[in-house]
Write a protein that binds this ligand. Structure first.
Ligand SMILES: O=C(O)C1=C[C@@H](OP(=O)(O)O)[C@@H](O)[C@H](O)C1
Ligand SMILES: C=C(OP(=O)(O)O)C(=O)O
Length: 391
């Protein structure tokens, strides 16, 4: 259990986030089974001398913009080539309304300069996209604002920020899709147990469902209901999964046991999409082996992830023989279709890389994966864990 905790904190995304906070003056110790953060409050953050590099993490760059918008100094933020293609205006627009000044490259791209404002103004904001990253950035700025901030979500997105704020003694009113918060009292340090990431568990849920005679037990998986869309889809498609809830003081957590099953096609769209957005590449692979036509719609957000995931999923799975058609807002997949081998690529996107590695487990010939190193962004020991299960 502890080992799993270490695995995820060693992902490149986590390490670059820690490096960014250290540059802002926060003392952080990376221990064998935990990260110890010596927080002094948001007001104690100090100006970094260098540009802050978030690596491949969209979550880090967008959430940091919300934090730094309220600090009375200038920060510069950038990331890798993929980050420099991802839209930042979705965060810049609301933070500008709150009185911060943010300057991006043409097209609203990183690098971004944040000129923070020590007296931010709260806003009422109807979110144009269902995005936990945008929501969290506004909440972090709202925590530092002189007047009240209200965010109205388009669809319910993951609520880890709201839960953690409450755990640290902060106050936020949650009424369906409407969130309201004021300037926060001093937050109190807490012990936080980080459950296993369901987005990483998803690759094993699908692998065990597809590989003949499998049974896999995944322990302490985070099952926050804003993240469990994949479990609902798997159940709908006929997967064999049992769930045992674990006692926890923070985020809900469960052990999941999954075994091979015969699957049928399904339709995925609407409010389910934000609850399984990062799982759609692996769900697409699952659908290639299900009987019937699976339709994924309302998922245009996939186009602005680490790659355009509608294109990369369709192209790479077509290379392996899948019957999969990209659409403007999703994918249409006909199954079951046997997959053959071939040379495919992650295109530098960890989730595409892991999906293709799982495809390799069910393909009739070898699958060669180019740029497999991208997987370390979220799951450095992915291949070791797959090899262990394949024994
Ligand atoms: O808040 C987060 O940590 C994330 C939110 C999601 O992005 P959006 O909320 O912008 O869709 C998700 O795709 C991303 O991988 C991580
Ligand atoms: C970590 C991810 O995304 P982001 O770069 O948006 O944080 C992800 O796709 O799982």
């Amino acid at each position: 259990m502890k080992q799993r905790f270490v695995i995820f904190l060693k992902g490149d995304d986590c390490l670059s986030t820690i490096a960014v906070f250290r540059q802002l003056g926060v003392a952080i110790e990376l221990e064998a089974d935990c990260v110890r953060v010596h927080g002094q409050g948001i007001a104690a953050l100090r100006q970094a001398t260098d540009i802050l590099d978030v690596g491949n993490s969209g979550t880090t760059i967008r959430l940091m913009m919300g934090i730094l918008a309220g600090r009375p100094f200038t920060s510069r933020l950038t990331g890798d080539l993929s980050i420099q293609k991802r839209p930042m205006n979705r965060v810049i627009a609301p933070l500008t309304l709150m009185q911060a000044t943010l300057k991006a490259q043409p097209g609203g791209l990183a690098p971004v300069e944040v000129n923070g404002h020590s007296q931010l103004r709260g806003i009422h904001y109807d979110m144009p996209v269902a995005s936990a990253q945008v929501k969290s950035a506004i909440l972090f700025a709202g925590m530092q604002s002189e007047t009240e901030t209200t965010v109205v979500e388009k669809e319910k997105s993951r609520d880890h920020t709201e839960r953690m704020l409450q755990q640290f003694g902060g106050e936020i009113a949650i009424d369906g899709l409407t969130l309201t918060l004021k300037k926060q009292p001093e937050l109190q340090g807490q012990d936080v147990y980080v459950p296993g990431d369901i987005s990483s568990a998803a690759f094993f849920l699908v692998a065990a469902s597809l590989v003949a005679n499998s049974q896999v037990r995944l322990t302490n998986v985070g099952v926050n209901p804003t993240r469990t869309g994949i479990l609902e889809v798997l159940a709908q498609m006929g997967a064999n999964i049992t769930q045992t809830a674990n006692k926890t003081t923070g985020e809900p957590m469960a052990d999941l046991t999954v075994s091979t099953a015969k699957l049928t096609a399904t339709e995925i769209g609407g409010s389910l999409i934000p609850r399984l957005i990062d799982e759609l590449p692996i769900i697409a692979l699952l659908a290639t082996q299900a009987t019937g036509t699976t339709v994924i719609k309302n998922a245009e957000e996939l186009k602005v992830k680490e790659t355009n995931r509608i294109d990369t999923v369709a192209t790479e799975l077509q290379t392996l023989g899948a019957d999969i058609i990209p659409t403007a807002d999703g994918l249409i997949i006909n199954g079951p279709t046997p997959l053959h081998g071939g040379l495919v690529s992650s295109h530098g996107d960890h989730r595409i890389g892991m999906m293709l590695a799982v495809a390799g487990l069910i393909a009739s010939e070898p699958v060669e994966l180019a740029d497999a190193a991208a997987i370390t962004v979220s799951y450095p020991t992915f291949f070791e864990d797959i090899a262990e299960l394949a024994k």
